[in-house]
Every structure is written in C-alpha cells, then in structure tokens.
Write a protein that binds this ligand. Structure first.
Ligand code: CP3
Length: 336
C-alpha cells in the first residue's frame, strides 16, 4: 500500500515506476469476509449503516493493500432520495418502484432534499477518514445511467423505455437528465465536504447510446455536473468504444476509466499526456489462475510502463466468482 501514488497519478506526477492499483467493486461478494457480513445483513442494510460502510470499505484494503479505497455504497441509493423505493432481489438485481416514465413523473422528483436519506454515506466517509489515511474515492452514477435505471425501473437488458422517451419527447428527457445532474452535483459536493479525495462518475450504460445522442444527453449532463463541483479530481467511467472516451476527454476530467476492449496505449496516443488513464484488465482474467493473471497483468504493466498518469484497475467491476488468490496475485504483480 502506498498512500500517495493514486493522487499523484491523477495529477500526472507519479514518477515512482509503479502505478497505484485498486479495483472497481473491490469490496464485494468475491471476498469471504464480505459474504459473512451479508449472512447477517442485507445489501441495503450495509449501505445504510455508517459504521458498516466504513468496515466494508476497509475490508479489501486490509486484505490486499490497495492504494485507494472506494466508499461502500451504490449508485442507485440516490433513487431513495427521490422518494422512490429501491430493493435488490437475489438473482434479479435492483428494482426501482415506481419507474419514472413521463413529464409528470419528473415534476414529482423536483424540490427533494438529499438529506437525511444520503447522510449515511457522508457519515461513512467521515468515519473512514478518521480510521484510515488511504485515499478515499467517492462516487455517483452519471445522470444518463441513473435516468435509465429510473425509467426502466431497475435491471434491464436494453433501454426500451429510455429510447422511446428520447424519440418521443427529447425536451422532457433533457429536463430529467438536467434535474439528475443538479442533484448529483449537490450529492458529490456533500461527499467532498465529508472528506473524499477523488470522485468517480459511473456512466455504465453510455455505450448503448449512439455517439451523437451520447454527446448531447450523456456527456452534456456530465458537463452540467462538473461545472457545479467544488475542487476535486474527477474520474469518468464508461465502457467505450474509443469515440466515447474522446467525447469525455473533451470535458477535461482528471482521468478516464477505460473498458477492457479498448487499447489504453492507443488512447494515450490519441488523447495526449494530459489525462490519467485507469484500467483495464478484463475482469474474466481474474477468474482463471495465478499464472494467467500474472502474465496478463505484466502485459498491461509493460504496455503502460513509466506512464506517470496510469492507474491500474480492471475494465469493469470484479466478478463475484473471482478466487481471492488471483486478486493477491494481481496486486502483488503490480506492487513488485
Ligand atoms: O466499487 C466498490 O467497491 C464500491 C461499491 C459499489 C457498488 N456498486 C457495490 C455493490 C459501486 C461503485 C457500485 C456502482 C454501481 N452499482 C454501478 C456502476 C458500475 C458498474 O458496475 O457498471 C451500477 C450499474 C450499480 C447498480 C447495481 N448495484 C447493480 C446492477 C447491482 C446488482 C448486480 C450485482 O452485481 O449484484 C448492484 C449491487 C451491488 N452494488 C453489490 C455491491 C457490492 C452486490 C450486492 C450484494 O451483496 O448482493
């Protein structure tokens, strides 16, 4: 563990010769200690209790010595602040009820307070900062991704209702993503005040939009968030392909988190040196065995060798079936 590398890499100042490393979903079901806590508490119980938030956030730091922590929570908690019901069903995923489907539904989301619903997250951040000096990443969903969850009503295999809405009434869809952007900015500013060192915005469904539609509603709404933020390095996550990262880099975030099907070496060439690149091992590699993990991690490290703005991570969240010894092999490979 090294508490300076992550923030140095975001500023382009990491000359240590090794990149910082952390994993998306690093506190999750692949960890036996997490599964043991889940025997006693539902996922939302964990998310609502500040001392459990701190405890779970620390689990992967203690076990693997990651160079950054990410606060344990979920991008969908904001649905509760909108007065919608959120639940996670085994084998189904998240369910948001009632879904947001019309202009009239958007009006109902206006004028809400983020507190006290999200104060558990802020208290979790404050507690973590008292207990640990590891850099802490806060996060939120990007407005388009949150909008699509609210509209589809939870887990979905496509963007049926979202796409219909964009076609039918782009102006009221714009009003929805703008509204979510304003709440998201307020929420991140509260996280910054509570003590986070960096923030990651997850636009997990952006790649399902045509690039021109993404420019308008996806990147447009992220820009609306960024212009309202207090000072804090921002990492933008999406799953590519390349044109999406080009659009996002135009918003001048501190860093971009890259999906595993995009070449970071090619992106470094096309985007220049001024932005941190985070990623991008295929999470499926971590399902294999320690020798494959080492070989593929070394390949990634070599391709980005000496890059002062490289943050080693996966191209998406770690999978629940990942063997713990493979995560050890991955982190040891980066650290040495
Ligand atoms: O990265 C971290 O360790 C921080 C915590 C974190 C979680 N979710 C915890 C979680 C973060 C950053 C997220 C982000 C998130 N949540 C995203 C964006 C990133 C991505 O994956 O694209 C999205 C789309 C969600 C929504 C969500 N949360 C889904 C679809 C699901 C169910 C599917 C699944 O993987 O189980 C969740 C549940 C969830 N969020 C779990 C965790 C640890 C599993 C809950 C459990 O214990 O059963």
């Amino acid at each position: 563990m090294n508490n300076t590398l992550f923030l140095q890499a975001l500023r382009g100042e990491n000359r240590s010769g090794r990149p910082p490393v952390w994993l998306m979903r690093q506190a999750g079901r692949y960890m036996p200690a997490y599964r043991a806590l889940r025997e006693k508490h539902s996922f939302l119980e964990l998310c609502h209790d500040p001392s459990l938030i701190t405890k779970v956030t620390l689990l992967p730091i203690q076990e693997f010595g990651f160079d950054a922590a990410i606060i344990f929570s979920d991008i969908l908690l904001i649905a509760e602040a909108f007065g919608l019901s959120l639940r996670f069903e085994e084998g189904v995923g998240p369910i948001i009820d009632p879904p947001v489907r019309s202009h009239a539904d958007v009006a109902k989301l206006k004028g809400r307070s983020l507190l006290p619903t999200l104060s558990c997250v802020l208290e979790g951040i404050r507690l973590f900062k008292k207990e640990s000096s590891v850099p802490l990443i806060g996060f939120a969903g990007a407005p388009f991704t949150i909008a699509s969850y609210l509209i589809e009503g939870g887990s979905f295999s496509g963007l049926k209702y979202t796409t219909e809405w964009v076609e039918r009434d782009p102006a009221s869809f714009q009003a929805l993503v703008d509204l979510i952007a304003d709440y998201t900015a307020a929420y991140i500013n509260l996280q910054i005040e509570a003590g986070i060192d960096a923030v990651q915005l997850f636009d997990s469904w952006a790649h399902l939009l045509q690039p021109d539609i993404f420019s308008r509603f996806g990147a447009g709404s992220i820009k609306r968030v960024l212009t309202q933020l207090k000072t804090c390095p921002v990492i933008l996550f999406c799953r590519g392909p390349e044109p999406y990262y080009e659009i996002l880099s135009g918003l001048q975030p501190a860093g971009l988190s890259i999906g595993w099907d995009t070449s970071m070496v090619a992106l470094r060439k096309s985007l220049g040196q001024g932005i941190a690149l985070q990623g991008n091992l295929d999470p499926n590699i971590l399902l294999t065995n320690t020798s494959t993990v080492k070989r593929e991690t070394l390949k990634l490290l070599k391709s980005m060798q000496g890059d002062p703005r490289f943050i080693c991570n996966l191209g998406h969240g770690i999978l629940p079936a990942t063997p713990v010894e493979n995560v050890h092999a991955f982190v040891e490979c980066v650290h040495s």
